[in-house]
Design a protein around this ligand. Structure first.
Ligand SMILES: NC(=O)c1ccc[n+]([C@@H]2O[C@H](COP(=O)([O-])OP(=O)(O)OC[C@H]3O[C@@H](n4cnc5c(N)ncnc54)[C@H](O)[C@@H]3O)[C@@H](O)[C@H]2O)c1
Ligand SMILES: [Zn+2]
Length: 347
């Protein structure tokens, strides 16, 4: 939907909540507060707000504790609803709070970043970071409703918007066919500096947001706990997580790292004979047209690679690696970490 706080009001009304625990961050409150207040107007007197400091550094137990304190201090009950109004950081913590308060409250996601719209708000993964690593504490807790309003993107910094586009590219590479072709056809429009500021830019974005959400829903619906096909959503994420860790989560935004990681892993898979030659170049050129980085210097990749050994998804010396044989032909391949390193880094 667009510029339609009524859709959020409607989603909340349908749940008939005794109270709404609103989780947001100070950036989002400043940028999107008017829409939030408009959506919540009919619930006057029943709103409990936890406005956190923004940023991944704040995705920790202390912030979760603040949500618990606000909720319990103001009398939530089992018929209350938690609303996550913000990016993926807010959504992940709101979902965790919802899953733990009174052993589980109903939960609504209102994502305000492109990344949260196309990825984080769908699928029910919640949680927060631990000094030992990202997203190490968490639960699965599905939202009862996800309300996507593209108007929120108008205030999103361009770099954040583009980071979200990288996850759209990932879905398009997994699905191939018309999704990927349409994205390639619209790449110059979507890569424009003003795409989220203009109505026609948001119009151009809309079908890709929808296709990404539907694609993720299909993979998650059949595999909620990620024992099978859901892991395909980690395409490009093995290298991405290593680059993010190496850059101490300051150098690359997650989406930027995912774009670069996809190109690195597709190149590696081409060397391994698993992926059709030319696929990595196709993806790199799409990323560039969208205003995204598609590579890092070889020294950086080499220095970052040891973090692959600490990936949550590895088991022993092998990794179940999500990759595509060609665009639209995803597969999971068991590879040794040594082979992967040879294909990706030391070839
Ligand atoms: N649960 C999942 O399945 C899943 C999937 C992917 C990512 N994630 C998580 O999502 C997080 C990243 O999410 P993100 O990229 O949305 O980052 P984010 O939540 O940190 O938001 C990015 C920045 O944009 C600001 N912002 C948000 N919406 C805005 C708006 N409309 N206008 C202006 N500013 C706005 C935020 O305050 C923040 O400073 C990571 O912690 C990641 O682990 C979770
Ligand atoms: Zn991702």
């Amino acid at each position: 939907v667009r510029e339609a706080p009524a859709a959020l009001t409607e989603a909340l009304t349908a749940l008939d909540p005794t109270a709404i625990v609103v989780v947001t961050d100070s950036h989002v409150e400043a940028a999107r507060g008017a829409a939030l207040r408009a959506a919540l107007a009919p619930f006057k007197g029943r709103v409990i707000t936890a406005a956190l400091a923004p940023g991944e550094e704040e995705k920790n137990l202390n912030s979760v504790s603040m949500i618990w304190d606000a909720a319990l201090g103001q009398g939530v009950d089992r018929r209350s609803v938690v609303l996550g109004f913000g990016g993926g950081v807010v959504g992940d913590m709101a979902g965790f709070a919802a899953s733990t308060l009174l052993r589980g409250l109903r939960f609504v996601q209102a994502p305000t970043t492109l990344l949260a719209m196309v990825d984080a708000s769908v699928g029910g993964k919640t949680g927060f970071d631990h000094p030992a690593g990202k997203n190490l504490i968490g639960t699965f807790h599905q939202p009862n409703r996800v309300v996507v309003d593209l108007a929120h993107l108008k205030t999103l910094p361009l770099r954040e918007l583009r980071a979200g586009l990288a996850e759209v590219v990932k879905m398009a590479v997994l699905e191939g066919g018309p999704f990927l072709e349409a994205l390639e056809a619209k790449a110059d429009v979507l890569g424009g500096a003003e795409v989220n500021k203009k109505e026609d830019g948001l119009d151009a974005l809309t079908p890709f947001v929808r296709a990404s959400i539907l694609g993720k829903m299909r993979l998650v619906r059949d595999d909620e706990l990620e024992s099978g096909p859901r892991a395909l959503l980690n395409l490009g994420h093995t290298a991405a997580h290593a680059l993010e860790s190496h850059g101490q989560y300051r150098k690359h935004l997650h989406g930027e790292a995912v774009g670069i990681g996809m190109v690195i892993e597709l190149q590696a898979a081409e060397r391994a004979g698993l992926t059709k030659a030319g696929t990595s170049v196709r993806v790199a050129s799409l990323l560039k047209r969208l205003g995204l980085p598609s590579s890092v210097p070889p020294e950086e990749l080499r220095a970052a690679w040891h973090f692959v050994g600490s990936d949550k998804k590895k088991s022993g010396s092998t990794l179940l690696w999500p990759i595509v044989a060609a665009a639209g032909e995803p597969l999971m391949e068991r590879v040794s970490l040594a082979d992967l390193e040879r294909w990706a880094v030391t070839h």
